[in-house]
Design a protein around this ligand. Structure first.
Ligand SMILES: [Zn+2]
Length: 287
């Protein structure tokens, strides 16, 4: 009954949009190109939800208490909802703020089975000592804070999504890893294997939010593309000298070189994409 009801509402909304036509949305500025990620309503995926608000200013949309990225597309505002890897399957609600209060927009999250992998690694990285633990405790909130920021700007999207380095995808997003048979958190990004020194570029225009050399991630750059959309590049052998906090990098601009710094078994780029604090599959952002 509920499903039938929301389907009917959806049909009504579609009819309303068709009847009022794109002219009603003419004031909506094209903040970006029409480029969007591929949609996957699964844990670790992205839901693209149309927001029924006719305004030039972006709507206020939130999900699991985090503000959500919005982008104009075909005369309408669309929310790019990052679905966390630990999300439960079933009905989820996105909230859209109106004068009358928050309105819920329901969508369904389906199950996805990610692969499992067993690795043998050096012991010092499996069980860090006291000093290393202190370092990890200091660094973790710094990295999370930089990835989970929300600033009210949106950087232009590239003509096409740019893969940050050339190489073989050696480990996909969501992979459940076991280090020396100890279960680890699922893989939060995509690994691209390439020889040390292979250039890495910004996947899209963004402001440098963090630069560091961390215990797990090694040499790392975090770019902020606005509205909680961030990308992280780590295990770098070298970070380009112009990459300083606050500097804007253009899509395709060099940011560093592939390396094997931090906890790794060989040189590769680990690339993470975040929307509204959720790590999502970078493959959805590639051609
Ligand atoms: Zn990785």
């Amino acid at each position: 009954m509920l499903i039938r009801h929301s389907a009917f509402l959806g049909l009504l909304l579609t009819l309303l949009i068709l009847l009022t036509g794109p002219a009603a949305y003419a004031q909506v500025p094209q903040l970006a190109s029409e480029l969007r990620p591929k949609e996957a309503r699964v844990p670790g995926g992205v839901a693209l939800i149309a927001i029924p608000q006719k305004s030039a200013s972006p709507p206020y949309v939130h999900y699991q208490n985090k503000r959500v990225y919005v982008s104009p597309y075909q005369g309408q505002w669309w929310a790019w909802v990052g679905i966390p890897l630990d999300a439960k399957t079933g009905t989820h609600t996105l909230y859209w703020r109106t004068k009358e209060g928050d309105k819920g927009l329901e969508f369904n999250v389906q199950a996805k089975e990610y692969e499992k992998q067993y690795l043998q690694v050096k012991n010092k990285h499996v069980n860090p000592n006291t000093d290393q633990l202190a370092r990890i405790r200091r660094e973790t909130p710094e990295i999370r804070g930089a990835m989970d920021t929300w600033y009210p700007f949106q950087t232009p999207l590239p003509e096409t999504w740019i893969q940050p380095t050339q190489g073989r995808i050696s480990s996909s997003f969501g992979l459940q890893r076991f280090f020396n048979n100890q279960a680890r958190r699922p893989h939060s990004g995509m690994d691209i294997a390439a020889p040390t020194g292979t250039p890495i570029v910004a996947a899209l225009t963004g402001k440098v939010r963090a630069v560091g050399d961390y215990y797990f991630n090694g040499k790392t750059v975090i770019l902020d593309h606005g509205q909680g959309f961030t990308t992280l590049y780590c295990h770098l052998s070298e970070i380009a000298p112009q990459v300083q906090v606050g500097v804007e990098l253009q899509a395709g601009e060099r940011l560093g070189k592939v390396g094997a710094t931090g906890r790794v078994t060989g040189p590769h780029l680990h690339w993470t994409v975040t929307l509204n604090g959720a790590r999502v599959d970078p493959a959805l952002f590639l051609p």
